[in-house]
Design a binder for this molecule. Structure first.
Ligand code: XMP
Length: 177
């Protein structure tokens, strides 16, 4: 797997240190009471597991399956909700976790749906944000790292379903794509 990676962009140790700081920010910012965390599958799985274990408060954890990329390199622009049931968020404070903010369509669509479902407040956290103009008005409240506009894999992010279990964020060799 390592042979398919052209370069490591963010290594495991750096990610861990940044997650310590993000968890401290989240812990400081939220008032008491149980926070509902919604993890966007599958990309945010690794990020969420490592971040949430650093947040020493009562959390309710839910997952949502959305499809926006369909395993390729380009965003299709459409965000599909794939679950039969939507988590109960009425009147709750919600923290939405995603792996990467790219065009912004995913965070925009899911945040809007959470508000439509009656969430009292919606906050967003992403591991990565690409340094580019968003296609829609979307921003994250918590950002791990700002990266260039290139396709990355690892630490939850995939190319055609693979590389999610790499412990770092890296760039694939051109020959692999
Ligand atoms: P949008 O465009 O909706 O994108 O902000 C969010 C989703 O697109 C996927 N994405 C990527 N996946 N490497 C990946 O493996 C990337 O560089 C990349 N950029 C966007 C990802 O699923 C994210 O949740």
């Amino acid at each position: 797997m390592r042979n398919d990676i052209e370069r490591v962009l963010i290594d495991e140790r750096v990610i861990g240190k940044r997650l310590d700081a993000m968890a401290a920010d989240i812990e400081r910012d939220f008032p008491g009471g149980t926070l509902v965390v919604i993890i966007l599958l599958k990309g945010a799985l690794v990020f969420a597991a490592d971040l949430l274990r650093r947040v020493p408060r009562v959390l309710e954890i839910e997952c949502l399956n959305v499809a926006s990329y369909h395993g390729g390199l380009e965003s299709t622009g459409q965000v599909d909700f794939l679950d039969r049931h939507f988590p109960e968020v009425r009147g709750r404070h919600v923290l939405l976790l995603d792996d990467i903010l790219d065009t912004g369509r995913t965070l925009y669509a899911v945040s809007r749906r959470l508000r439509e479902e009656g969430a009292a407040a919606v906050y967003t956290a992403v591991l990565l944000a690409k340094d580019k103009a968003r296609a829609v008005a979307a921003a994250a409240d918590y950002v791990g790292f700002v990266i260039g506009d290139e396709f990355v894999v690892g630490y939850g992010l995939d190319y055609q379903g693979r590389y999610r279990n790499l412990p770092y964020v890296g760039v694939l060799k051109g020959a692999v794509r």
